[in-house]
Design a protein around this ligand. Structure first.
Ligand code: ZN
Length: 153
């Protein structure tokens, strides 16, 4: 990506800085003149960046304002599916059936849909689309997932 992108996701304007811009954000803690993250969050940002760069074809890291009152930026992991980006939460879950651990992308988080026209329907749809199952035994994972990989411990 050579230029940063601006996307509308669930009614929310999301900026996707380039790799170089992210390096700058990590160094300064700021984006577009405002606080992108606090020092205490830096390890979390570095983890998220490393994750999206490992899977850069499908994941990216964006920034948005969580409402018109928000001064600071909120970080968001984005998952590309069918040419569109959606917000996901990266989580670790253990399969209750066989015990293996997965890293998953969970799209069914109520906070993602605060700016959606129909919050309940959007959240329900995200749940319904989260069909990825345990890679080892095929059981349903304990959390909604639209992407999963076995976690190497
Ligand atoms: Zn399993």
């Amino acid at each position: 990506m050579s230029a940063n992108q601006e996307l509308i996701i669930n009614g929310q304007r999301v900026h996707v800085p380039t790799d170089l811009e992210w390096d700058d954000i990590v160094r300064t803690g700021r984006w577009s003149g405002e606080v992108a993250f606090l020092d205490s969050s830096k390890p979390r940002i570095l983890d998220a960046l490393q994750f999206v760069r490992t899977y850069r074809e499908i994941f990216s890291l964006g920034l948005f304002k969580a409402g018109p009152w928000a001064k600071e930026w909120t970080l968001s992991v984005l998952f590309k599916q069918g040419g569109a980006e959606r917000q996901v939460h990266i989580e670790r879950v253990r399969c209750k059936n066989c015990g293996v651990t997965h890293t998953i992308a969970n799209p069914a988080i109520a906070d993602f849909f605060l700016a959606s026209q129909n919050k309940q329907e959007a959240l329900k749809q995200a749940f319904d689309e989260s069909l990825v199952r345990c890679h080892k035994c095929g059981a349903r994972l304990p959390r909604p997932a639209i992407w999963a990989r076995l976690t190497i411990e």
